[in-house]
Design a protein around this ligand. Structure first.
Ligand code: PRT
Ligand code: ZN
Length: 284
């Protein structure tokens, strides 16, 4: 028995998806031309596909699981289950208008043509907001549509915003936010479910590792309580004596999100010699 996973062959999710598997200790060789690979040390078979095809392959059982953007699933819902948000491939589906378009609210798009590769998501967004706009489906490069007179506005994926900016467009509404997700087909058998559980355990460990840092610092012994309060860690911080009397070393785990804020508070509370290290795996 092997669990079969479908990954994007080439594109924005391809590298992050294979990196994630490697961080989970799953090695395999993938040349650019390869359509399929076998993992070396995990019962996993990997298919490399166009991202748009992945939900279909998973739904019809050619693959058991897959990695795809939420935007793809939203546009063309399939009979698959979303198992886990993976934290990469983040982007948003946004409406943008030419910089000289006077935009105050969605009603300004009433009766206007909007070019998009996401007609279903966009139409239901307009429906929810009671706006009657003309959704014009195109297969790619929405950003050039206004300049060639195809539409008055566009709705496309945005990450840095550079593409919109360099095409003279301004982002005005977010239709949806998206990131890569792990999907699975319905009714996996017992062996494959167990295998998926093992894989998920590793994915979650690497994700929490990448969202956290290991921190160690020196502090005067009489400041331990106030510093420990800033560093709850996984259970509580480790406090070790230093060779120098009256000083301790405090070790803990800290979330990347509030990292700088906590470091500022630690310095104010008397911490010195703060070291911060990456974590490979984090098993709670
Ligand atoms: O060949 P295949 O069909 O597999 O690939 P594709 O060309 O359809 O997809 P690809 O590789 O472009 O994107 C795969 C997935 O990555 C998408 O479905 C999203 O879930 C996710 N993703 C994240 C993005 C972006 N960020 C993104 N910025 N997908 C596309 N873009 C494009 C966007 O369409 C626009 O053209 O990048 C441009 C905007 O980028 P910024 O940085 O200039 O804003
Ligand atoms: Zn695609």
């Amino acid at each position: 028995m092997k669990l079969r996973i479908a990954l994007q062959k080439q594109g924005r999710l391809a590298e992050a998806s294979t990196d994630m598997l490697r961080k989970c200790g799953i090695g395999f060789s993938n040349g650019l031309r390869k359509l399929r690979a076998e993992a070396e040390d995990f019962p996993l078979e990997i298919f490399f596909l166009r991202d748009d095809d992945i939900p279909e392959y998973v739904a019809n059982g050619v693959a058991d699981i897959g990695i795809v953007g939420e935007n793809v699933l939203a546009e063309k819902p399939r009979n698959v289950e979303t198992i886990e948000k993976l934290g990469f491939g983040r982007c948003r589906l946004s409406i943008a208008v030419p910089r000289n378009f006077t935009y105050a609210s969605l009603t300004d798009l009433e009766g206007k043509r909007i070019a998009t590769s996401y007609p279903n998501v966009l139409s239901s967004f307009f429906k929810t907001h009671g706006v009657k706009a003309d959704v014009h489906e195109i297969s790619g490069s929405a950003e050039i549509a206004p300049s060639i007179g195809l539409s008055e506005a566009v709705c496309d994926l945005v990450s840095s915003g550079n593409t919109l900016f360099s095409n003279g467009l301004r982002e005005v509404e977010t239709v949806m936010s998206s990131q890569a997700v792990l999907i699975a087909r319905q009714n996996l058998d017992r062996d494959r479910t167990a295998c998926l559980e093992r894989l998920l355990f590793r994915i979650r460990s690497t994700m929490s590792a990448s969202q956290n840092k290991y921190i160690l610092l020196n502090a005067p012994s009489d400041k331990v309580d106030s510093i420990a309060a800033l560093l709850p860690g996984m259970k509580s911080p480790t406090v070790l004596p230093l060779a120098q009397d009256g000083w301790v070393s405090i070790h803990s785990v800290i979330s990347e999100n509030d990292f700088w804020e906590v470091v500022d508070s630690l310095k104010r509370a008397g911490a010195e010699g703060i070291l911060v290290l990456s974590i490979d795996q984090m098993i709670r």
